[in-house]
Design a protein around this ligand. Sequence first.
Ligand SMILES: Nc1ncnc2c1ncn2[C@@H]1O[C@H](COP(=O)(O)OP(=O)(O)O)[C@@H](O)[C@H]1O
Ligand SMILES: [Mg+2]
Length: 259
Amino acid sequence: MPIISFAIQKGGSGKTTTVINLAAALQIQGKKILLVDADPQANLTQALGVSDKTEPNLFTEFKKEMEGKNTEGQSVIIKLAGGLHLIPSSIELAGAELELVSVYGREQLLSWILKPLEAQYDFIFIDCPPAIGMLTVNALVASRYVLMPLQAEFLPLKGVRSFMYHFSNVEKIKKKLGLQIDILGFILTKFDDHKKMNRDVCRQLEEEFGSKVFQTHIRTNIQLAKAQEAGVDIFSFDKHANGAIDYLQLSKEFLSKIE
Ligand SMILES: Nc1ncnc2c1ncn2[C@@H]1O[C@H](COP(=O)(O)OP(=O)(O)O)[C@@H](O)[C@H]1O
Ligand SMILES: [Mg+2]
């Protein structure tokens, strides 16, 4: 089932928040989802109440693939109380990024790790680090779609354009492997309709990318940050918050785009 990367080379865009809460919204609607934390900062892992010292983790799996050993498969997956499944990250993953550069099949290791797990899930979401290094390239090579959460400001918009350049290179790699990747869409986060800058950037993005821009905007909502701190999704934390309403709406638009 489709693997989707959440990527943009900027921190604070709402990637991790979107991975958690879109997944939680889809899970409420009966979908089975695996989350993969591919960021050495392990924000996703910690925001789900899991220690970044947990083993096995994505780093230990990468290590095994690099050494040509069998990966853990099932036993790397943590089954969270709420029903979501997670492959955790660890700070050591930052080292893998460097080691990967000289490894055979270096762009495909994550594909190989996820392949045996794919059939069990409706969706696999990969939370990418805020840079386009080997980890993000691995995530994109493994993915059928990419989703780009971003703040509606001018700097992130520049980031989108430079991302598109890297993305076209990944597309070429994938084509050679007989694989396809598409941009599923752009999601505007921390959105405030009263801010002219937010409305202007939204309009520019729509002019450039048309219907790829999600109609649902995620409003700025402090409850989202608090839920993340508390190690839970917004629906468990405060199901009446604007953040919960927005992510539920986003999940419906997501399903209509993907189905
Ligand atoms: N819609 C929102 N409203 C308020 N705070 C948000 C919102 N989305 C994300 N945040 C907060 O902003 C910070 C960065 O978000 P995060 O999802 O971690 O971004 P990224 O993964 O792109 O670095 C976090 O502290 C998060 O809780
Ligand atoms: Mg993040």
